[in-house]
Write a protein that binds this ligand. Structure first.
Ligand SMILES: Nc1ncnc2c1ncn2[C@@H]1O[C@H](COP(=O)(O)OP(=O)(O)OP(=O)(O)O)[C@@H](O)[C@H]1O
Ligand SMILES: [Mg+2]
Length: 463
């Protein structure tokens, strides 16, 4: 029994849809639409796994319309934009609007298939474990070493982390990962899972900051039919779904006290009840928690239960910020240059002299995530030219050149530079914190904390 996944191709050129249809129809169920309007109708009524759309169509329709329609009506559906123009504005705009990939025409079957594989693989990893199971049975091959899980870093602090991870992966010990936004906490959590005996089991992730308290409770523990308005059927929670595997509790510091107590009980007794239920359900999960706040301080200020802290903190692992990882910028740059050259079908660009040194001096408040985004953007923007610092500063509205130069003034401390970057990002996005934070690769909360910190310093100076 094979289950073909569905792909929609949107292009006004029949030659193109025909060509792609021929290539893909052996492995996928392929539909095509000649306009954004017809695409919307299909997307609204069918369940697609992936959409390819041409960037520029006749009748002034644009692939960006298809993209924004998908973002609104099917937020999880990956969209790949195909463009022959490759203009900077469009590519950057498309990325910002949430395009998964940009495919530059002309492209060959090899590039096309590897892109599809990558995008669908990412989609699977974020979907339910049953789907993974089924797929595994269909094709019993070893999972390929995907980019997604590759950890780069040769600094002493990273080596220390690899050592700890290797030692604890085999055990069932609870791990608490701390570190600034974008330092790789989730990546390390998935590494711990993959190296453990549970690797065949599910790896389930839940972000405690992303949803409301009541919803978080029923998401964690599940609920019985009729437990609350809208509970129309019994639903398992993450603790049930993660049975035999690993449960990542992301941003645990944001959990409210009442739920903290319930979590503590599961950690102590390894059992729980569904919301509105009476039967006790045993669970065998390995917990990995993350926090980008200092949990010890949260305990001190009374926001976090001390007993829960000790339960979680069995193996503490702190991921250092990128600015403290000597030599790693070099390796990461090298890695992302290769990776994005391959992914975007570009040649690996040459670097202008001094670029590496400048990048090493930058503060990277969003750490590896920000660096990764910046390298990708610089490569997409430069399109096979040599890349230099201007490709990294493209987005910073720093006024005149003097100011750009000032950003790299060697006398500035890293903190001062960071402050400048944050203010530059805010001014570029008209003080829209959500956009500025996304651009910097940090969470809005981190941004808010940093701004509060700056305000505090100003007031302290003024006092
Ligand atoms: N050492 C590394 N090598 C390669 N890629 C890395 C490394 N560290 C982080 N990344 C990449 O950086 C991005 C951010 O990493 P991750 O999501 O693990 O960060 P995080 O610490 O969980 O951040 P947040 O606190 O914002 O959730 C991911 O794309 C990840 O693959
Ligand atoms: Mg994370």
């Amino acid at each position: 029994m094979s289950h073909k996944r569905r792909i929609l191709i949107v292009d006004d050129e029949a030659v193109m849809t025909g060509f792609l249809g021929d290539l893909l129809s052996r492995d996928f169920q392929v539909d095509s639409a000649p306009s954004a309007e017809e695409a919307a109708a299909l997307i609204g009524s069918q369940d697609y796994d992936l959409v390819f759309t041409d960037m520029q169509m006749e009748n002034r329709e644009s692939g960006l319309d298809v993209l924004s329609y998908c973002r609104r009506s099917r937020p999880k559906l990956p969209v790949v934009l195909m463009t022959a123009y490759g203009t900077v504005e469009n590519a950057v705009e498309a990325m910002k609007l949430g395009a998964r990939e940009i495919l530059t025409k002309p492209f060959g079957p090899g590039e096309l298939f590897s892109l599809i594989e990558r995008v669908l693989e990412e989609r699977m990893e974020t979907s339910l474990p049953q789907k993974n199971e089924r797929n595994r049975n269909d094709e019993p091959q070893k999972p390929k070493q995907s980019h997604k899980h590759k950890i780069v870093g040769d600094s002493p602090s990273m080596h220390r982390i690899y050592g700890v991870v290797e030692n604890v992966a085999e055990t069932n010990a609870t791990v608490l990962l701390t570190g600034e936004s974008g330092t790789g906490k989730e990546l390390v959590a998935s590494l711990i899972h993959n190296l453990s005996r549970r690797s065949e089991g599910p790896f389930i992730k839940i972000n405690c900051a992303a949803i409301t308290d009541t919803l978080l409770e029923s998401t964690l523990f599940g609920h019985e039919k009729g437990a609350f308005t809208g509970a129309i059927k019994r639903t398992p929670g993450k603790f049930e779904l993660a049975n035999g595997g690993t449960l990542l509790l992301d941003e645990i510091s944001e959990m409210k006290p009442e739920l903290q107590s319930k979590l503590l009980r599961v950690l102590q007794e390894r059992e729980f009840e569904r919301v509105g239920g009476i039967s006790t359900i045993p669970t065998d999960v390995r917990i990995v928690a993350t926090s980008n706040r200092n949990l010890k301080e949260e305990v001190r200020s009374g926001n976090f239960r001390e007993d829960l802290y000790f339960r979680l903190n069995v193996v503490p692992l702190h991921l250092p910020p990128l600015r403290e990882r000597e030599g790693d910028i070099n390796l990461l740059l090298d890695y992302y240059l290769d990776r994005y050259a391959e992914e975007h079908g570009l040649v690996r660009p040459e670097l202008e002299p001094g670029l590496l040194e400048s990048l090493q001096r930058m503060p990277w408040p969003g750490n590896v995530r920000q660096f990764q985004n910046a390298v990708e953007r610089a490569m997409v923007l430069s399109r096979n030219r040599r890349i230099g610092m201007r490709d990294f500063l493209f987005d910073y509205d720093l006024g005149d050149r003097q100011e750009k130069k000032d950003l790299f003034d060697e006398d500035l401390t890293i903190r001062e530079m960071e402050k400048k970057m944050i203010h530059a990002a805010l001014s570029r996005f008209q003080n829209n914190r959500t956009q500025a934070a996304r651009h910097l690769g940090i969470s809005v909360r981190t941004l808010r904390n940093k701004l509060n910190q700056y305000r505090g310093e100003r007031e302290a100076v003024g006092a």
